[in-house]
Design a protein around this ligand. Structure first.
Ligand SMILES: [Zn+2]
Length: 175
C-alpha cells in the first residue's frame, strides 16, 4: 500500500480513518458475557449483559421488553434478526392455523417461552404465510420444531410433543 509509505503528520489523524485503539462498538461486535438479542417488537438487535438478563431489559428503540417470555411471530426479516444474527438460541415452531396438533403445541410453547425467557427465544413461523421459509427448511409436516443457535440448526423434531419431552429434548440439544 503506497499510502503507508507517506510520513504521517504528528498529531493529525488521516481523514476517513478510525482513531486507533478506540474499540468500535456496534451490534455485530462480539462481547464476552453479553447476549445479542433481537427485540420481539421492532426486531432491532440489542446487547444484553448476561448478568442483567433477568432484570427485564427493555429495547432502547421501542421500549418493549426484550426478553418478554412470549413466542414471537417470525416473517423473513424477523427470522433473519432472531435466528441468523442474534446469539440467543431460538426454538422455531413451523405451524399453521388449521393444524390440530399445532394448536395442541401452542400452550406448551407458551410455557417454554415463559420458563426460558432469559435463555431461549421461541419463534413461530406460520407456514401458510411464510412459504419461502418453510421451503428453505424443507418442512414436510407440521408442527416441526427446529432449534437454532448462531444460525445453525442444532436439532429438529416433527410432530407434537408434551412439555416434559420438549424440555428434555431442549436440554440435550443445548448442552
Ligand atoms: Zn424494539
Amino acid at each position: 500500500m503506497g499510502a503507508m509509505a507517506a510520513k504521517p503528520r504528528v498529531g493529525a489523524l488521516e481523514p476517513g480513518r478510525p482513531r486507533p485503539h478506540v474499540p468500535l462498538m456496534n451490534t455485530e461486535t462480539p462481547v464476552a458475557d453479553a447476549l445479542l438479542v433481537a427485540c420481539p417488537h421492532c426486531h432491532s438487535l440489542v446487547r444484553v449483559p448476561e448478568a442483567r438478563a433477568g432484570e427485564h431489559p427493555k429495547c432502547p428503540r421501542c421500549k418493549s421488553p426484550i426478553l418478554s417470555g412470549e413466542p414471537v411471530a417470525l416473517d423473513a426479516g424477523a427470522f433473519a434478526a432472531h435466528v441468523e444474527r442474534a446469539s440467543l438460541p431460538v426454538l422455531v415452531d413451523f405451524w399453521a392455523p388449521w393444524c390440530g396438533p399445532c394448536r395442541m403445541m401452542a400452550p406448551v410453547l407458551d410455557r417454554v417461552a415463559a420458563q426460558r425467557a432469559t435463555t431461549l427465544r421461541v419463534g413461530k413461523v406460520n407456514t401458510d404465510e411464510q412459504q419461502l421459509l418453510a421451503g428453505r427448511f424443507a418442512i414436510r409436516s407440521i408442527p416441526t420444531l427446529i432449534l437454532f443457535r448462531g444460525g445453525q440448526e442444532l436439532a429438529r423434531q416433527s410432530g407434537a410433543v408434551d412439555a416434559a419431552t420438549l424440555s428434555r429434548w431442549l436440554d440435550q440439544a443445548l448442552r
